[in-house]
Structure formats: C-alpha cells, structure tokens
Ligand binder design. Structure first.
Ligand SMILES: [Zn+2]
Ligand SMILES: [Zn+2]
Length: 197
C-alpha cells in the first residue's frame, strides 16, 4: 500500500498493540476483519476507532497526527501547545493551514499511519508540506545516507538539537533512543525527530 507521507517497511508503522512492542491482530472496528490495526478517529461519531490498513486507505477512519504545526483537528486546524509541557504550562491556540499549505496535504496525512515513538509524535514539515517519514534510523542508516561518508555531520545537519540533550550517533544504537528520519517531497532535505524512552 502506498502512502504519500510514508516511505518505509510496514514494521515502521505504529500499530495498535497491547504490549506496545509487537502488533496484535485484532478485529477491525470498520470492516470486522481480524488484522493488524491502527488506532485512529472516526469523524462520523467523533470517537476513537480501530481500523486496518485497507480501511485507512478507504478513508473509513482518520489518524490525527501531532505535527510541527500542532495536533491536527477538523477543518484544517491545529491545536498548538505552547509553554513548557513538563512544567504543566499548556496553552492551546488554534490556527488554519499556513499560507502555501495545500488542503490535500492535510487530507493525505489524515490517512497516514503513525510512526514509532516513545513519548510524543511530531510529524516534521518542510517547504509548506508534511515530510515523508523514512522510519527509524540507526547509526548504519546515517552511514548509508552520508554522501561524503561523514555520518556525524549528517546527523547534525538533520537534527534540531534541544540544548538539554547532547545526542551522539552512537547513542542511536541504544534501544531507549528512537530517531525517525524524514525527507522533504520538494527539496529532498533530510531531517529527523528523536525521542527517548
Ligand atoms: Zn478494516
Ligand atoms: Zn524542502
């Protein structure tokens, strides 16, 4: 199944799973088939929905992702988090799609599986579009993608570093780190999002 915003093996999808490790086949809430399912949202009933990939593709349910613009909502809006969530200081604001952003981008991301993360999802954005998720990268993936062989420089160029975290390439061998790579559909820039267990 092809997704505009996901270019990785299905093992990179954030499947619904009771133990959060391996997907458990369950009954699809949309078609009744026993299948690996994703947890999403049924806009008809405004309730959470469990659905299979076929039903996601058929737009029987949606997945409202957390993105760099905020959490997706109905009507091409985002719920933004400001302040420091760890200090309990959460302020919600609302905004329409930014200038240059296409409604079809929003619609397609609603039909895109989650990627793997530990604490928070954040779908990255570039060139007024959502980026294409390439799945989790380990140090060898940086070596394979570094055109000049400098995988440390590639990691630095892809990552917006939080001043609190000194992320090194070798850290990504550790299973408590999750680094998810993205590619821009327009300029092909690579960026990454990382999360700690
Ligand atoms: Zn289904
Ligand atoms: Zn770009």
């Amino acid at each position: 199944m092809d997704f505009r915003y996901f270019d990785a093996a299905e093992s990179e999808f954030g499947w619904y799973s009771e133990d959060l490790i391996a997907p458990t086949p369950v009954e699809c809430g949309c078609c009744g088939k026993i299948a690996h399912c994703l947890e999403g949202h049924d806009s008809a009933t405004d309730a959470s929905a469990l659905g299979c990939l076929g039903c996601l593709n058929a737009r029987k349910f949606q997945i409202y992702h957390e993105t760099e613009l905020g959490r997706m909502m109905d009507g091409y809006q985002f719920r933004k988090r400001t302040g420091n969530p760890f200090a309990g200081e959460l302020v919600e604001t609302y905004s329409d799609l930014p200038d240059g952003f296409q409604p079809s981008s929003f619609d397609e991301l609603l039909q895109t599986p989650y990627f793997h993360y530990f604490q928070n999802e954040e779908w990255l954005v570039h060139c007024n579009d959502f980026m294409v998720c390439l799945g989790r990268w380990k140090p060898e993936d940086f070596r394979n993608h570094a055109e000049d062989g400098d995988s440390d420089a590639l990691l630095k160029s892809m990552t917006d570093f939080d001043s609190q975290v000194d992320l090194q390439l070798s850290d990504l061998s550790n299973p408590t780190y999750c680094y998810v790579a993205f590619r821009c559909r327009h300029c092909r820039k690579l960026r990454g999002y990382y999360d700690l267990d």
